[in-house]
Design a protein around this ligand. Structure first.
Ligand code: FEO
Length: 619
């Protein structure tokens, strides 16, 4: 019996789940099963996106037949030839003799390798950016080599704004009735399996994944349909952000992964003592016995954490077998940008430490701490100082260590502060206006806050680089126009991306409304304006915090206020990420590119005035 779910009016998920498979690809345990996703488009033409593994082919056939009704299947788009997505193709050609196979030339070659039927005579070959119009829908093909095989192609439907992403954005685990990521507690229940899928399936190909992220960054994407796991229709930026971290081999969290190989428990004992010392210092630690936990799980954890401790006994004059297998897997997956400490053990000739070092030295940007600990059979009291020294080196190598110990470290500059977390705050967005003599001026801020209600008092924090800041310092008065969700991007360009020192920010404005204090405000695309008089100001380095009494307020509309998140999701055009060959940094706020290396810590974006923390390195 068919088992399908609609994803849009025209698209149906026709895939299937397998909960009996023990090892995916013969390598990766899938204790929660796995889904094989296939999607059917019912337009003037009918189109299937990929097929499923042979274990669940019957369900696919039933689903397709049901979803087509009495129609035939016109096209199958082959995005990925790996047999868990292609094995049913030949059977479909028998069921639907007119079926055309849409694929790249490379894919065609692979299909001919896997199948014996005449693939070429049915092939409709496509290249980068070719399109296929199926009626109301236009499908655009984007090559994604090595995400996960060389022939991989992804497809964009510009009508429904769906990205069919092949293996990218996939996840281990059967779907259990839920098809959309927002139908489950994804962060709690599926994030680890998503990372494990990424690290093991495409972790080796970070640059290629980055390239696909860049290619698709300018597309308006409202849904992502991968070949495994959940369909994304909400929080698409969240999964993309994780892919940006993973593909650049950037740790998700500062903390220490301790992987140990211990035959009689003595190496494990040293590793645990170290873990306790690190925890005493407030560091996060996770521990894995490489003889017990599958390498795929530890590789996945290595993609998450910033630091690794590898503790291994010596075995047959080498690294213990399970540790060696894990290290081979880890280095094959191209792990980079990590700090590593080593503990070795050997009752008569400890060699494991040097051999582990040798393996890791082949990886890019791996810092191996020199305070390695060498045990002879077991840890003795006299060697506790070695463990202390190792713990101290690990702690010192944490990016926040300098700030923790340096008395003059500026608060808030520790590297363990992820600036992206600040974007999780539910800021609003406002046009802050001021007047000095005949000069009207304004800028965009996101820092208006009501402090007290009796009297009604607000605070604003304003970047000193803004001319409006200087005017408020001088005059002590300002207006805050509260932007609503209808605000177009042009308002941000007008007030946010140029300086009032040398331009008239109100040039060309059809309106000239002013509040009682004589200061202009923005009457359009706003839902209120607040006038205030400064009572106190506090200097916070780059910004001044103004405390002000409200002198007038006007409600302008019932529209919702725009939030920072809403602005990013709905108003700000997706920046065209720079081409790989442009070295430098791009402002995440306005897209300005700083060409140079490194980006100065005190750099201020000349367009939007945001600081270096809002820039990301071009890849
Ligand atoms: Fe599920 Fe690369 O395939």
């Amino acid at each position: 019996m068919h088992c399908v779910r609609k994803i849009t009016d025209d698209y149906t998920w026709v895939g299937a789940n397998d909960r009996r498979l023990a090892m995916f690809e013969g390598v990766y345990s899938v204790p929660y099963g796995v889904s094989y996703n296939s999607y059917l488009l019912n337009d003037e033409k009918t189109v299937l996106f990929d097929t499923v593994d042979k274990a669940v082919r019957q369900r696919l056939i039933e689903n397709i037949k049901f979803s087509l009704g009495n129609r035939s299947l016109d096209y199958i788009i082959v995005q990925h030839v790996e047999p868990d997505h292609s094995v049913v193709i030949q059977e479909l050609t028998l069921l639907y003799p007119e079926l055309k196979i849409v694929c790249s030339e490379k894919t065609l070659g692979f299909l001919e390798q896997f199948f014996d039927f005449d693939v070429r005579s049915r092939a409709h070959i496509v290249k980068e950016n070719d399109t296929l119009t199926t009626g109301a829908h236009e499908l655009r093909f984007i090559m994604a080599p090595m995400v996960h095989w060389p022939e991989v192609m992804i497809t964009y439907d510009s009508k429904d704004k769906i990205l069919f992403s092949a293996d990218a954005f996939g996840c281990f685990g059967a779907l259990n009735g839920a098809l959309f990521a927002d139908e489950v507690n994804f962060a709690k229940d599926y994030m680890d399996e998503t990372r494990r899928y990424y690290a093991n399936i495409v972790g080796k190909y970070g640059p290629q994944v980055s390239s696909v992220l860049n290619k698709t960054s300018s597309l308006a994407i409202e849904m992502i349909c991968p070949l495994h796991g959940f369909v994304w229709r909400k929080d698409i930026n969240d999964i993309r952000s994780n892919y940006m971290l993973w593909s650049s081999y950037t740790p998700e969290e500062y903390g220490v992964l301790i992987a140990y190989a211990s035959v009689y428990g003595n190496t494990e004992n040293a590793a645990e003592i170290l873990a306790c010392k690190l925890r005493d210092q407030g560091l996060k630690t996770v521990m894995y016995d490489v003889s017990v936990t599958a390498a795929s799980e530890i590789v996945s954890a290595a993609f998450k954490w910033s630091h690794m401790v590898l503790a291994s006994t010596t075995y047959n004059a080498g690294i213990f077998v399970a540790m060696e297998a894990f290290l081979n897997d880890l280095t094959t997956h191209n792990i980079q940008n990590r700090t590593v400490a080593i503990i070795e053990n050997g009752s008569w000739a400890a060699t494991s430490g040097a051999l582990i070092r040798e393996k890791l030295e082949k990886c890019k940007n791996i810092t191996i701490l020199d305070a390695n600990v060498s045990l002879k059979s077991s840890l003795k009291a006299s060697q506790l100082t070695d463990i202390d020294a190792l713990a101290e080196q690990i702690i010192s190598s944490m990016p926040n260590a300098a700030a923790r110990t340096a008395e003059d470290a500026a608060p808030g500059t520790a590297n363990n502060i992820d600036p992206n977390t600040m974007f999780k705050l539910s800021y609003g967005l406002f046009v802050l206006t001021a007047k000095d003599g005949d000069k009207d001026n304004g800028c965009i801020i996101n820092t208006t806050l009501q402090i007290t209600s009796s009297p009604i008092r607000i605070s604003i924090a304003v970047n000193k680089a803004n001319y409006t800041h200087d005017m408020i310092m001088k005059t002590g008065a300002f207006n805050v126009s509260i932007l609503s969700e209808s605000v177009p991007f042009s308002v941000f360009e007008q007030f946010g991306f140029k300086s009032g020192k040398d331009t008239d920010k109100f040039e060309g404005c059809a309106y000239n409304e002013r509040t009682e204090n004589g200061i202009r405000y923005i009457p359009e695309n706003t839902n209120g304006v607040i006038s205030a008089k400064v009572s106190e100001s506090f200097d916070y380095g780059t910004h001044t915090l103004f405390i002000a009494d409200v002198t007038q307020s006007i409600t302008l509309s019932g529209e919702k206020s725009v939030t920072y998140q809403y602005y990013f999701d709905n108003i700000k055009p997706k920046p065209q990420l720079p081409k790989n060959d442009i070295k430098g940094y791009t402002c995440k706020i306005c897209g300005y590119i700083y060409e140079g290396e490194p980006l100065p810590e005190d750099f201020i974006c000349p367009l939007c005035k945001h600081g270096a923390v809002d820039f990301e390195k071009n890849i």
